[in-house]
Write a new protein. Structure first.
Length: 340
């Protein structure tokens, strides 16, 4: 049986090929009766019609593919961003390819540059360090791109969809203090990242200004699993009168590592140590600050597609305070200190 085409469908329905094409592409404003639309869709389904993406790409000059760059495809937070972005893209007839771009080393040109050579129509950047020059080829090629989750310090021209990371740090410190803790600590990730810098600044701002005075210990620039565990052991090895009774870990994977390490080291949470994490969806038991990563992905993709299509009204880039509300999942790992 020959492969069904727009032309063969139109011939069987005795309608114009362009009408069949517009109906199947769900072009808004097509003047067609609901009965005829239903006949076109039913025949296409029955015949097993699939659009010729390569042919359409050659004709329109668009691949209908968007790339998303992520530093860690195993990170649940980035998975939620991808799910939100992909949902919006698929509704608009686009596919999303997920690509790894390291935060650890200086590589990236071999990933970024080919994207400017017609492989995709736009890029979601969920990876990047402060003052990251690896994305200059995108700007030179005028390829639509959007930054998501973490701003790239020094890049004021690229639209950015991200939470208020400084407020994340502030809220983390406030929650520990409101629970009655006076010896608190935080384990912060890679300080080359603008979002981690902002979380550190916010945490210290609240802890340093607290009345009565609190003792706050920070271990920062923690990157690997081994460094997270070493930081945790360093804090737990402090003398009893300096050892923190509450710990803030604003990184979803790092918080989970600390939780597991406490079990292995027989440190009871929250009886001996309260733990506050961070993520897109917190495990029910973990007390955590939560931001809607999925909604962030949806908003960023809508904006990017509007730039690609150069039509319609794009959502405003949301990088300011309150753009993505921070909520608190109470869980059961943050409690007042023993004896309080």
């Amino acid at each position: 049986m020959p492969k069904p085409t727009l032309k063969s469908l139109a011939a069987e329905l005795q309608v114009d090929v362009s009408l069949v094409s517009r109906v199947l592409r769900q072009v808004p404003g097509v003047r067609v009766s609901e009965a005829k639309r239903a006949r076109i869709l039913a025949l296409a389904e029955h015949a097993g019609y699939r659009p010729d993406r390569l042919g359409r790409s050659l004709k329109t000059g668009r691949s209908r593919i968007v790339a998303m760059l992520t530093p860690d495809i195993t990170n649940p937070f980035h998975s939620l961003i991808f799910r939100g972005a992909e949902h919006v893209a698929q509704q608009a007839g686009y596919n999303v390819i997920l690509m790894h771009l390291s935060d650890i080393d200086e590589s990236g040109a071999d990933v970024v540059t080919p994207l400017t050579e017609g492989q995709c129509d736009g890029v979601l950047i969920a990876a990047g360090r402060a003052h990251d020059g690896r994305f200059a080829p995108l700007r030179r090629a005028r390829l639509p791109h959007v930054v998501i989750n973490r701003p790239i310090e020094g890049d004021l021209d690229t639209p950015c969809f991200a939470p208020d990371d400084r407020e994340t740090g502030r809220l983390g410190a406030r929650l520990l203090l409101q629970a009655g803790h006076t010896r608190v600590a935080a384990i912060l990730g890679d300080m080359r990242l603008a979002n981690m810098q902002a979380r550190l600044e916010g945490f210290k701002e609240v802890a340093d200004d607290a009345t009565p005075r609190v003792e706050a210990t920070v271990v920062s620039d923690v990157r690997s699993r081994e460094e997270v565990l070493a930081a945790f052991d360093q804090l737990m090895a402090l003398p009893a009168d300096r050892r923190p009774t509450a710990l803030f870990v604003p990184h979803s994977i790092h918080a989970q590592l600390v939780f597991e390490a406490s079990l292995l080291r027989e440190i009871r949470i929250p009886q001996q140590l309260s733990l506050l994490g961070y993520g897109g969806i917190a495990p029910p038991a973990l007390s955590a600050i939560v931001v809607s990563a999925e909604r962030m992905g949806q908003d960023a993709m809508r904006y990017l597609l509007a730039r690609i299509q150069e039509s319609g009204e794009a959502a405003d880039p949301q990088a300011g305070p309150g753009a993505y509300p921070l909520t608190f999942n109470p869980g059961c790992t943050l409690r007042p200190p023993a004896g309080a």
